[in-house]
Design a protein around this ligand. Structure first.
Ligand code: SF4
Length: 269
């Protein structure tokens, strides 16, 4: 255990934590930040590409933390949980694959953990129960909202991760927080990953990623058409409600939606 405070920034591969890393690097040039990424080995290829880009812009490596290696990652824990897939009610994946590797990595050292929750969000984010980990919320403290985050990413040249073209969050390719339309788009963009996600389901035991519908049912052509049609209607309604900011329009991000209301607190920052 060291007495020196470690300044840690957990990257999720999403826009907010990335923007925070860039913001803090410029704001506190004298601080030696540690950049961490909890790798479930089940992330999207776009996330791994984005991490490589972030490293290049930060000029520092991002340490990948894993749940004691590939062989003890998601599949290992799934066996322990008797094949019971994680869900919003039973988020064992977050604890086993994200929180524990992170808390183990920092040990008992005093840590300031920089969290990318924005001033325009109501979420409180991941709060560790360990006393040595003190969360800090620079975006909240400095009053920075979504438009500011997008500006930081644009001006730095890092931009957005490519998965935002079809999905609203970072995280595992099979994340149960994704919307049904995102499952359809996963099938279009990464058919191999869709098949892998499907292979985890045990329909007879009721173990499916989406409640009440298996991926085999979801991928029926009529069902996919219906899901996409409803998604278009939902988007049109929300666009009417939302006044797109000039900034997001200027950057071509007017379609970028946040869907973080019930998102995993550590996976999707
Ligand atoms: S991204 Fe989703 S599936 Fe992956 S660890 Fe987080 S909550 Fe679980």
């Amino acid at each position: 255990m060291s007495d020196e405070v470690r300044h840690v920034l957990l990257l999720s591969g999403g826009k907010d934590s990335t923007s925070l890393a860039l913001y803090m690097r410029d704001k506190c040039a004298d601080i030696d930040f540690e950049y961490l990424f909890c790798d479930t080995h089940k992330e999207l290829p776009e996330t791994y590409e984005y991490l490589a880009r972030i490293e290049a812009y930060l000029g520092k490596p991002v340490t990948r933390l894993a749940s004691r290696g590939d062989e003890r990652g998601f599949d290992h824990h799934l066996k322990i949980y008797g094949g019971y897939l994680p869900s919003p009610q039973m988020r064992w994946c977050t604890r086993q694959l994200k929180i524990e590797p992170f808390e183990k990595h920092v040990g008992d050292d005093p840590v300031r953990l920089y969290v990318g929750i924005r001033a325009d969000e109501r979420r409180s984010g991941y709060i560790s129960t360990k006393e040595n980990i003190t969360p800090v919320f620079p975006f909240k403290e400095d009053g920075l909202g979504k438009a500011d985050i997008l500006r930081i990413l644009e001006e730095s040249g890092v931009g957005l991760p490519k998965y935002y073209e079809w999905r609203s969050r970072s995280g595992c390719y099979f994340c149960f927080f994704q919307q049904r339309a995102e499952w359809v788009r996963l099938r279009e963009r990464h058919p191999d990953l869709f098949e892998k996600a499907k292979a985890y389901e045990k329909e007879e035991a009721g173990y499916t990623w989406s409640q009440g519908e298996s991926l085999s049912e979801l991928e029926q052509p009529d069902r996919m058409r219906e899901i996409l049609r409803k998604d278009e209607q939902r988007k049109a309604r929300s666009q009417k409600r939302r006044k797109a900011t000039n900034l997001s329009q200027a950057f071509g991000f007017s379609e970028l939606e946040d869907d973080e209301s019930d998102a995993c607190l550590i996976c999707h920052l």
